[in-house]
Design a binder for this molecule. Structure first.
Ligand SMILES: [Zn+2]
Ligand SMILES: [Zn+2]
Ligand SMILES: [Zn+2]
Length: 132
């Protein structure tokens, strides 16, 4: 009889523990659900808004750079080839490729190609980006 009592007590504790764990789990999920995604309340209005799409930001030069994606303006020309770039950084990155054995570098990953057609294929296959 004594053994049964201990056993019953043990199961009671065990089920109590399980329900505690379950409760903790549910609580955790609830917390994650409420704090994980912060709904946009519109309180922090962005200063700059794009005329062409829904893009908006607070930094002027970021907006300027973004607008170039619509206008197609590429003010940075490579002195070694006919390519033009939206940012000076892009040009500098590109210019390094002229000194290497594989001059055609992917701007999305570390891939480099000897021929432009190889890069074109790579961009299409790996990044779903088409270039001309
Ligand atoms: Zn835009
Ligand atoms: Zn170049
Ligand atoms: Zn790539």
């Amino acid at each position: 009889m004594a053994f049964q009592c201990i056993q019953a007590a043990f199961y009671m504790n065990l089920s109590g523990l399980i329900s505690q764990v379950l409760l903790a789990k549910v609580d955790l999920n609830t917390k994650h659900g409420t704090t994980g995604i912060i709904p946009w309340d519109g309180s922090s209005e962005k200063k700059y808004k794009c005329l062409y799409c829904n893009h908006s930001c607070n930094i002027a030069w970021n907006m300027d750079r973004h607008m170039r994606t619509h206008t197609g303006e590429k003010p940075f020309e490579c002195p070694q080839c006919p390519l033009k770039f939206v940012t000076k950084f892009n040009l500098e990155t590109h210019f390094k490729t002229h000194t290497g054995e594989k001059p055609h570098a992917c701007h999305l990953c570390s891939y480099r190609a000897v021929q432009k057609v190889c890069l074109k294929q790579h961009l299409l296959r790996k990044h779903s980006v088409s270039i001309d």
